[in-house]
Design a protein around this ligand. Structure first.
Ligand code: DAK
Length: 259
């Protein structure tokens, strides 16, 4: 059985965590498969956007697999942590946008998986929390860092220290998700957003993602320099030339070649 289903829909890859009997809990096998699938997808020249979701009605992902972690010794925990970090940072720097489509539970590592994506769309059934401190650990897949950057440090600390479970409305209000939609519209909204990204020039989208991400760790002036450098790289592409020429001829250009 495969733990990650991948469906290509035109230029969009839909990745579905496929472990519904364990609420898509993230074990090493699933993380390994996610990593391998991403590596294979990176080679697809036509790929423009990824959408990540969970299978079943109940969960996006209910966290790292507690059964697997429970008896780990420190060496095993370190290995699990190192590989998990590699997978999550690969996902977050993947060379096209990644949208999380979240329904049901997004807890602990599941919340962190959503936070590692570029954009989050939540269904009204979504429930977010960091239960880790109640299990004697800290969030370890980037939650302490990403939630604090996305919302603010005090809010991230409140959620992490208390383990309080929040609904989509609060996540939206705090900026932890981009959009909140009825569950029945979750996938169509996520695909619609992916399609509008896929309609743009891959080089522009890719460089913009890199500029935003690198800039988050920089002061404004250095961030502007990074932006200028990535802006300049776009001028090496035929997509930029073709799209601008088409504009000058008052034509609409949609035939981006990723070149
Ligand atoms: N791990 C393993 N199995 C899980 C699971 C999880 N996180 N969450 C649910 N399951 C399994 C349940 O054990 C159950 O399996 P069976 O008993 O049927 O075999 C099945 O999924 C259905 O769950 P329930 O029967 O419990 O369903 P309910 O509707 O009653 O409750 C629930 C749903 C989501 C409220 C409940 O399952 C629950 O509380 N789950 C645990 C949620 C949780 O605490 N998540 C955080 C895990 S800790 C690190 C990296 C990562 C992390 C830490 C460090 N480093 C790199 C250092 C991350 C840690 C975590 O995510």
């Amino acid at each position: 059985m495969t733990l990650i289903n991948v469906e290509m829909k035109d230029k969009i890859a839909l990745l579905t965590l496929n472990r519904p009997e364990a609420l898509n809990a993230l074990n090493s096998e699933l993380l390994r498969e996610l990593y391998d699938r991403l590596k294979a997808l990176e080679k697809e020249d036509d790929l423009r956007c990824l959408v990540v979701t969970g299978s079943g009605e109940k969960a996006f992902a209910a966290g790292a697999d507690i059964g697997e972690m429970a008896d780990m010794n420190p060496d095993e925990a370190e290995e699990f942590a190192a590989f998990g970090h590699e997978v999550f940072s690969y996902l977050s720097t993947f060379p096209c946008p990644v949208i999380a489509a979240i329904h049901g539970y997004a807890l602990g590592g599941g919340f962190e998986l959503a936070l590692a994506c570029d954009i989050r769309i939540a269904a009204d059934t979504a429930r977010f929390a960091f239960p880790e401190t109640g299990l004697g650990i800290t969030p370890g897949f980037g939650g302490t860092q990403r939630l604090a950057r996305l919302t603010n440090a005090a809010y991230a600390m409140e959620l992490i220290f208390t383990g309080r479970r929040i609904k989509g409305e609060e996540a939206l209000e705090q900026g932890a998700v981009n959009r909140l939609v009825p569950a029945s519209e979750l996938m169509s909204e996520a695909m619609k957003m992916a399609e509008s990204i896929a309609a743009n020039a891959p080089i522009g989208v890719r460089m913009a993602k890199e500029a935003v991400q690198r800039g988050l760790d920089l002061d404004l002036d250095t961030g502007m320099e990074v932006e200028a450098e990535l802006f300049a790289e776009c001028f090496d592409s035929s997509d930029q030339k073709d799209a601008m020429q088409a504009f000058l001829k008052k034509e609409k250009f949609t035939d981006f070649q990723n070149k």
